[in-house]
Unconditional design. Structure first.
Ligand code: NDP
Length: 285
């Protein structure tokens, strides 16, 4: 498996398996199948409600812990104790407990909302203690990312953001490269929106290489140096999504895919006040 080296030297597989929206009762079987297919990088979050099932699958797999790269995410903390730092550490312990792990490879601030400075201070402690080998953020627009970097000691290792053919984030990626932050895509297939799997440009390129549209999309992201974590509950698709290292897209293919960018989210804007309020109102420990 190809990997990237994060800004603190930690190695991260460039392709992993995401478990968002897999119902808790189906997650253990899905993750067991993914690990059996060859995935060694798993992406979950406290807010997905399936950390315990991911942990159970990891245990059942028998794979040595140090051969796996496991990410989870901190939900927005509300400081009922009066200390966001303490709440962050407690939320982290809860995630570790659910996962049945002693440490995670990557711990992300899930949303750029609430007192994420306090959260980041606590996460820097967790990183120093080795309990989170790397720490990063998710859904941070460039302005928020630069602000966090400029006023803190630790530069986030990763920023996990929406990135797919219809919202490519090339300028955001350039900024991240400049600042030493690894870009990671969520929703590489835009969850199937915009008929991505039958898109004419992607289908033509897929035909040229004897590959599927899904494989072309993942290959396109990987060739851009973007970490990808596609989700599927179907073993045949898990295998298909892993099988992207035996071909390469040409410069011309890459340029044609670049024309699909709409420059905007297909989901929601983290700067939309209604969405900020809705996300901020969710309580997850
Ligand atoms: P994806 O873009 O990965 O799309 C998943 C969808 O594509 C599912 O409906 C799946 O169906 C289908 N699919 C998967 N592989 C194929 C294939 N080869 N051919 C055809 N259809 C396919 O969406 P996600 O939102 O799940 O994003 C990936 C991961 O990113 C998440 O699981 C999560 O870990 C992370 N994420 C993070 C967010 C954040 O805020 N930080 C937000 C959203 C996601 P099926 O399962 O039936 O195969």
């Amino acid at each position: 498996m190809n990997s990237v080296i994060l800004n603190n030297g930690v190695e991260m597989p460039i392709l992993g398996f995401g478990v968002f929206q897999i119902p808790e009762e189906e997650t253990q079987a899905a993750v067991e199948a993914a690990v059996a297919a060859g995935y060694r990088h798993l992406d979950t979050a406290a807010s997905y409600g399936n950390e315990a099932a991911v942990g159970a699958a990891v245990k059942a797999s028998g794979i040595a812990r140090d051969e796996l790269f496991i990410t989870t995410k901190l939900w927005i903390q509300h400081a009922p104790t009066g200390s966001v730092e303490e709440d962050t550490k407690r939320a982290f312990e809860n995630s570790l407990h659910r996962l049945g792990l002693d440490y995670v490879d990557l711990y992300l601030i899930h949303q750029p909302l609430g007192d994420y400075y306090g959260e980041w201070r606590a996460m820097q402690d967790l990183n120093r203690e080795g309990r989170a080998r790397a720490i990063g953020v998710s859904n941070f627009h460039p302005d928020r990312l630069v602000d966090l970097i400029d006023h803190n000691g630790t530069v986030p290792a990763v920023n996990q953001i929406e990135s797919h053919p219809f919202h490519q984030r090339a300028a955001d990626q350039a900024l991240m490269v400049e600042r030493g932050v690894q870009i990671e895509s969520w929703g590489p297939f835009a969850e199937g929106k915009n008929d991505v799997f039958t898109n004419p440009v992607l289908s033509t390129i897929a035909g040229e290489h004897g590959k599927s549209v899904a494989q072309v999309v993942l290959r396109w992201l990987i060739q851009r140096g973007v970490v990808v974590i596609p989700k599927s509950v179907r073993p045949e698709r898990m295998a298909e999504n892993l099988d992207v290292f035996d071909f390469a897209l040409t410069e011309e293919n890459m340029s044609r895919i670049a024309t699909l960018d709409t420059g905007g989210s297909l989901f929601f804007d983290h700067r939309d006040p209604a969405m900020v309020s809705w996300l901020g109102g969710r309580r997850i420990s």
